[in-house]
Design a protein around this ligand. Sequence first.
Ligand code: ZN
Length: 134
Amino acid sequence: MLKVEHIGIAVKDLARSIPLFEKLLNTPCYKQEAVASEQVTTAFFRQGETKIELLESTDPQGVIARYIEKKGEGIHHIAFEVADIEAEMQRLQGEGFTLLNTTPKQGADNKLVCFLHPKGTNSVLIELCQEKKG
Ligand code: ZN
């Protein structure tokens, strides 16, 4: 894996959290993007090599809404950038990790993504992401 690409943080209300993180990081939110397949709206901040991704649910039954209901707001996942997502998925599956999707799917910020089941990763939700080419 190449680096920590971003850290995903589940929030209840982007309208409240965006200005908070702008103040905290002293940098403007550079992108907001809805990801319909995940029922979220995302907001991104650059911090050196790494990004912060805020996630707000667009659906009360969505995965982020259910996460907040159970655990409250906070760190939701860590995303690692990989050069070849399919090769990395195959490698991790070979190592016994459980993939939550068997083919890469479209993520926010022009990425192909795959999540690992947190049961196999000390309860940390891990995202693999690869920049889409072209
Ligand atoms: Zn993410």
